[in-house]
Design a protein around this ligand. Sequence first.
Ligand code: ATP
Length: 353
Amino acid sequence: MSITLENIDKSFGAFSALRDISLDIPDGELVGLLGPSGSGKTTLLRIIAGLESANAGRILFHGDDVTGLHVRERKVGFVFQHYALFRHMTVAQNVAFGLEVLPRRQRPSAPEIRKRVGELLEMVQLSHLAERYPAQLSGGQKQRIALARALAMQPQILLLDEPFGALDAKVRKDLRRWLRNLHDELNFTSVFVTHDQEEALELSDRVVVMSAGQIEQVDQPQALYARPESQFVFDFLGHVNVIAGDLAGQRLSQGQAWVDLPEAVVGGAAQLYLRPHEVRLQLHPVEHANLPLQVESISLVGAEVRLELRPCGWDAPQLWEVGITHAEYNGWQPQRGDRCFAVPDVGHLFRPD
Ligand code: ATP
């Protein structure tokens, strides 16, 4: 079922939490809402669910206006960060709960409920735990039960608020993959909230990046990483190496450092943004750049050696980060304090407004 948001505004007293949010989510899409704390992700999810009402704007499900509908009438499924399972009920009873409390006319018969719960537990691969209580489950298992409980109502829209937030890294990764598969199999429309870039990029068909109550950019993960439209998105999606300086002709310079851009552009203040993989290191300056750096720290991340580097004779808002593989060393074994030079790729040029 598709979701359409039209010009949604939301204030809490004088505080404007969401401003003019418009978004189209086609049927079957898995969308991640990504942004720093306080950017309005949870508020937007609650408005889609009907747990919170907007001050202005419309919400449509499959083209039908649901703005005035109560949460129960919207028939969406939810999963929250803290699984909120009933402690005094077994796993099977938890999953059956939503069905049991339906008005009599809509409620399936007891054998049908049992059958459906059995199928759901099989789907989340936890049939063997049906008679356990939540306290006897791991975090990942509880989260899968919470998901089974949400799916029991056969929602066409599933909303997840930081569903894996409370779990450790390995379990999170496994659950992400599992959720992606489940989504593809059942083909519902899902919106999930996260502040974890990796999670958003790995799991989503499209990512909605939010900042201060507004949408910064909506794109597929690859496009978002490769073609960020603002410095905010660039910064938020990973480490960035910055050269902030003055442009004259082709040359961007600051202190002793300079880099020649591929072509001349209008002069003035500018910042060149480079991802760690867009920088190589050499022991001598190259023709198109003079960016002296000093090795500050060396760490091994998988097969890659990650260096943190301090600019020498120029300033950057944060240390530079460059990953190098052994094949590229050319005999150089980096040591703390070593001097080297950055060789930048094309990068992204940002100009002050
Ligand atoms: P987090 O990642 O920390 O959960 P978020 O992006 O989900 O953040 P929201 O929870 O949507 O952000 O909150 C957005 C802003 O609205 C915050 O500044 C928050 O303090 C404010 N806010 C949210 N709910 C209320 C409320 N009921 N009353 C007043 N202010 C609220």
